[in-house]
Design a protein around this ligand. Structure first.
Ligand code: PEP
Ligand code: MG
Length: 298
C-alpha cells in the first residue's frame, strides 16, 4: 500500500533475490531535489540542465551555470549526481542560438548534435560540471547519442579540459540510450563510457515513429511494449558488464519494475514523488527470472 511504501521510503530497495537497486531522482529545479531527498532518493540520476538555460537571454558563463547547479543540487550534497548536458533543439529553442527551422525537429539537430555544432556551449557546460565535480560526486550524461562519434567528441573535450584544469580523475561519463540505433550499437561506444542510461520516452518515440507529444498517435506510443524491453535486453546482452540505468517515465511505473530489472537495469531514476512506490515494487521483484517465478506479461 501507499502508506507502507511511504513508511519505508528512506530505506534501501533490495529485491526478493537480494540485489540492491539504486533509486535516484529526476530533477530540474531545487524544489525537485528537496522533494526527492525527502522521499528517499539516493542521489540524482538525471539533472535536466535545460532548466538552467531556458529563461536566459544570453548563454550563462561557466560561473553562472555553476551557481545554478549548486542551488539546484544543494539538497543532494554528499550523494552522487548525474548531470545531463543541455538537450535542446528546434522544438525547445533558446534565444541565443539561431536554430535552422526544421520540418522535423525531433529528427533534426537536438541534444548532442547541437553541442557538436556549438562547441563553446559544450565547453562552458563541461567547465561548470568539472568545477562542480570538486564538490559533488558528479557523473556526466550525454543526451541523444546515436553515433560513437557523438560520445567521442564530448569525451575529447572533457579530457582536454581536465588536462587544462589539472583534474586527474575525470567524472564518469554516460550515454543516454534514446534511439534504436544507440540501443543496437552500444558496443561501438562502450569503451568510451562508464555507464548507459535508457531514456525510454525518446526511445519509444523513435522506435514506434510516434511523436511523444502528439495525442493523435498515442496508441502507437507505449513505453512498456515488449519492443522497448527487447531493445534494452539486446543492449544488455551486447555489453553485459556495463552498468545500466533507466531514467524515462517507464522507470516510475511500479507494475513494470520487475521486467525492467530482468533486463539487467540496476539503477532507476524517477520523479521524487514516485520514489516510495518504486522502492516498494523493487522489494516485491526478482532480478533473475527463475523457473519458479515466471516473467510478468502485460
Ligand atoms: C527520455 O527521453 O526518456 C528522457 C529521460 O529524456 P527527456 O524526457 O528529457 O527527453
Ligand atoms: Mg530524452
Amino acid at each position: 500500500s501507499l502508506g507502507r511504501a511511504q513508511a519505508h521510503a528512506m530505506e534501501p530497495a533490495i529485491t526478493r533475490d537480494g540485489v540492491s537497486i539504486a533509486v535516484l531522482a529526476n530533477v530540474g529545479f531545487c524544489q525537485d531535489t528537496e522533494n526527492a531527498m525527502r522521499n528517499g532518493a539516493e542521489g540524482v540520476g538525471l539533472y535536466r540542465l535545460e532548466q538552467a538555460y531556458l529563461g536566459r537571454l544570453e548563454p550563462p558563463s561557466a560561473e553562472a551555470l555553476l551557481a545554478d547547479m549548486r542551488q539546484t543540487l544543494a539538497a543532494a550534497k554528499g550523494y552522487s549526481v548525474v548531470v545531463r548536458l543541455l538537450d535542446v533543439g528546434a522544438d525547445k529553442p533558446l534565444p541565443f542560438i539561431e536554430f535552422a527551422s526544421e520540418s522535423n525537429p525531433a529528427l533534426g539537430c537536438r541534444g548532442v548534435r547541437i553541442l557538436k555544432e556549438y562547441l563553446e556551449l559544450l565547453k562552458t557546460q563541461l567547465r561548470a560540471i568539472l568545477a562542480l565535480s570538486q564538490e559533488y560526486d558528479v557523473r556526466l550524461l550525454i543526451p541523444m547519442v546515436t553515433l560513437a562519434e557523438d560520445v567521442m567528441v564530448v569525451k575529447k573535450h572533457l579530457l582536454a579540459l581536465c588536462g587544462e584544469l589539472n583534474i586527474t580523475t575525470p567524472p564518469q561519463l554516460g550515454a543516454m540510450i534514446e534511439t534504436p540505433a544507440a540501443a543496437l550499437s552500444a558496443r561501438q561506444f562502450a569503451g568510451d563510457v562508464d555507464f548507459l542510461s535508457f531514456g525510454t520516452n525518446d526511445l519509444t518515440q523513435y522506435a514506434f515513429a510516434a511523436d511523444r507529444e502528439n495525442a493523435a498517435v498515442e496508441p502507437y506510443f507505449n513505453d512498456a511494449d515488449a519492443v522497448i524491453f527487447r531493445l534494452m535486453q539486446l543492449t544488455h546482452d551486447d555489453v553485459p558488464e556495463m552498468p545500466l540505468s533507466l531514467c524515462g517515465e517507464l522507470a516510475g511505473r511500479p507494475e513494470q519494475v520487475a521486467r525492467v530489472l530482468q533486463c539487467g537495469i540496476r539503477t532507476l531514476s524517477v520523479a521524487g514523488p514516485l520514489i516510495p512506490a518504486v522502492k516498494e515494487a523493487i522489494r516485491h521483484s526478482n532480478c533473475l527470472v527463475s523457473a519458479v517465478t515466471k516473467p510478468q506479461r502485460s
